[in-house]
Design a protein around this ligand. Structure first.
Ligand code: PMT
Length: 406
């Protein structure tokens, strides 16, 4: 577990049943070395008493603005300055909405507004509330302003339903919070990511394509950037806006992607092939639109270069991570792809299902490397990409020649 030694954690506890887990969270944060002060909203105090948090944190609990028991009119400013980080757990839909709109109608929201400390939110709510476009917009607005979203997780909810909306466990939250203070995992590392589909032209109006939206590859690029890497994104045609700060090279066909990658890959340390590269292309691209005068026609195809295979075969090769899109025997096929191309790691996903693989906003991966692996459970592609990048950073750090800059 990463440490929070000496860090001042201001824990905001709002009114949801998950507030019961926040008592344990205080314990976990203190075990990690943090000093914790709790701000309990009025609704939060209906679920857990201030006394419990006082006993666990070793500090009086702050609650209301202008509390005669508090430290006077400037208590919100004192606490805002004291905090190295603010964690709101649970963060209810109502609190998220208030924070998103910059309201300062109680002590917790006022502190959040008055503090320059990083803000982390651990949402907990019914799945319909989480899916509601109003909540999504509020969350996005907070994320754009730099707030860290920890969760929610998929699972059984207090309301009896099951789905996204469960607060992460206290140990996970303490771990994620400590991660905010850790040195960036890929600082100074150059990462190239391929993303999206390749389109293979048949004539000026038709092409062979596939269903890749680019979401997975773009999420990997964003996660690598967040981990401190210098990122080049070689992207097939998508409707997505690339993450700010990434160098983007746009391509259409597999041949163009191959050229773009090979031209730049010797300058990179890690290569991640998330693109859905067409295995075949038409032998000839007709100069004019093909007419429908024939009853039957044959299209002759030839094999495209294997970009990942060629990168992996380079003398001065980067750390190579492939993806495997499979509809059956996922692990077996992925292992064969990894060993066939001599890859360092492969991320296998099941395609052809609504929640994972192509086009969806969520995915799950089975990540394999020589002698090990980890299953990343179904979550948003952003979250899955963050965990994948953590695994890549770990394995990259453990490679035999780690430490030499090459
Ligand atoms: O873009 P999304 O809609 O978010 O969907 C995500 C995804 C399903 C496209 C992504 O998660 C994924 O699985 N990408 C790899 C798709 C693919 O082409 O898989 P494959 O099993 O056919 O290829 C294996 C690996 O070889 C891949 O890393 C691929 O980039 C690479 N390859 C394939 C063919 C080729 N000619 N050159 C390659 O480099």
């Amino acid at each position: 577990m990463q440490r929070l030694n000496g860090k001042h954690v201001l824990l905001g506890v709002t009114g949801g049943i998950a507030a019961c887990k926040s008592a344990d969270l205080v314990r976990r944060l203190r075990e990690a070395g943090a000093e914790v002060r709790v701000v309990l909203t009025e609704a939060g105090a209906r679920f857990v008493t201030p006394l419990a948090f006082e006993a666990l944190s070793g500090h009086p609990v702050a609650g209301r603005m202008f509390d005669p028991q508090g430290r006077g009119a400037m208590e919100h400013i004192d606490l805002a300055r004291w905090a190295d980080v603010i964690l709101v757990a649970p963060a209810t839909a109502h609190t998220i909405a208030r924070l998103s709109h910059g309201l300062a109608d109680d002590l917790l929201t006022t502190i959040c507004l008055a503090s320059s400390a990083p803000l982390a939110l651990a949402p907990a709510m019914n799945r319909q509330m989480w899916d509601n476009p109003a909540t999504r917009a509020n969350v996005e607005r907070l994320r754009e302003r730099g707030a860290h979203l920890f969760g929610p997780a998929d699972g059984e909810l207090a309301c009896g339903e099951s789905g996204m909306g469960r607060m992460l466990e206290p140990t996970q939250l303490a771990e994620l919070l400590a991660g905010l203070f850790a040195a960036p995992l890929l600082a100074g590392v150059r990462v190239m990511v391929t993303a999206g589909p390749t389109l293979e032209d048949i004539d000026p109006v038709r092409y062979i394509g596939n269903r890749s939206s680019g979401k997975m590859g773009y999420a990997v690029a964003a996660a690598a950037l967040q981990a401190g890497a210098e990122v080049t994104l070689v992207s097939g045609e998508t409707c997505l806006s690339p993450p700010c700060g990434v160098t983007v090279v746009r391509v259409r066909s597999a041949a163009e992607m191959y050229a773009a990658v090979m031209q730049r890959v010797t300058h990179c340390d890690i290569f991640v092939g998330a693109a859905a590269v067409a295995d075949y292309r038409p032998v000839r691209r007709a100069g004019q639109k093909i007419k429908r005068d024939r009853v039957r026609m044959e299209l002759q195809l030839e094999r495209n270069p294997d970009i990942l295979g060629e990168v992996s075969a380079l003398d001065r090769r980067p750390f190579c991570v492939g993806f495997a899109a499979e509809t059956e025997r996922v692990t077996e096929h992925a292992r064969a792809k990894m060993s066939g191309r001599g890859l360092d790691m492969i991320a296998a996903n099941r395609v052809g299902e609504p929640d994972s693989g192509f086009e969806s906003d969520t995915n799950s991966l089975e990540v394999l490397w020589n002698g090990g692996g980890e299953a990343i459970p179904l979550a948003t592609k952003e979250r899955v990409a963050q965990r994948l990048v953590e695994l890549i950073a770990q394995r990259y750090g453990k490679r035999p020649f780690a430490g030499s800059t090459g």
